[in-house]
Design a protein around this ligand. Structure first.
Ligand SMILES: [Zn+2]
Ligand SMILES: [Zn+2]
Length: 221
């Protein structure tokens, strides 16, 4: 089990709605024995100038750390597209795109349409907490899951396995592995002590038959 406890790609800091500093998240990741931690604050808290400050702070902390520290961001999927510019995305190591409840993802069809928009967006690398709204809006059929997976395969997108929301479902993760779609682990920590809280992600990944090769950024581990 311990062998997979190495990645947390989704953590927030004071740069958006988290309460820790970037250094606090990295210190916690080091303490918990992670190999890789990503900082992924919400995109709508940034101006281009503030993004530069954020990235240089992450790069500086990375230099002083023994573990890999990546500069990411969490963008919002809107009906009009994902709210990140190519210019911003190019400066970052990765972009997570999430459909957020506070933006009203609509019913199941509307939600899946949002996910498809994000999968086809060249600025996006990872789909965030896919399905966390299903308990409220209903679950997709197997065919609908398959459609999402096929599109992700075509566009080379990854999915995070979120320990915070306990999504996606096991069957969806199995489909991803079968299709060679990369997966990654996410605590979605908003306080430093939650960084590396990815036990559920590891468990379900292992249960689905995932191996090191199925992990995004496995080359950095
Ligand atoms: Zn989110
Ligand atoms: Zn988040």
């Amino acid at each position: 089990m311990k062998v997979f406890r190495m990645i947390d790609i989704h953590t927030h800091t004071q740069y958006s709605d988290g309460i820790g500093m970037i250094g606090d998240n990295v210190a916690e990741a080091e303490k918990k024995g992670l190999k890789l931690v990503g900082i992924s604050d919400h995109v709508h808290y940034f101006t281009p100038k503030r993004l530069n400050t954020y990235i240089s702070e992450i790069r500086q902390i990375k230099k002083d750390s023994e573990i890999t520290v990546l500069a990411g961001i969490e963008a919002n999927i809107l009906a009009t597209g994902v709210d990140i510019t190519t210019e911003m995305a190019k400066k970052l190591d990765y972009v997570i795109a999430s459909a957020h409840v506070w933006l009203d993802p609509g019913g199941i069809d509307a939600y899946l349409d949002l996910i498809k928009i994000a999968i086809q967006d060249e600025n996006v690398d990872i789909i965030g907490h896919f399905g966390n709204v299903f308990p409220y809006i209903g679950y997709p059929s197997y065919e609908e899951y398959l459609e999402i997976v096929e599109l992700a395969e075509e566009y080379g997108k990854a999915f995070e396995i979120s320990s915070r929301y306990r999504v996606p479902e096991l069957d969806f993760i199995k489909l991803c592995i079968r299709r060679g779609i990369k997966l990654t682990f996410a605590s979605d920590a908003h306080i430093p002590s939650d960084v590396g809280a990815i036990r559920w992600s590891e468990k379900v990944f292992k249960k689905a038959g995932g191996t090191r090769e199925d992990l995004l950024f496995s080359e950095l581990l």
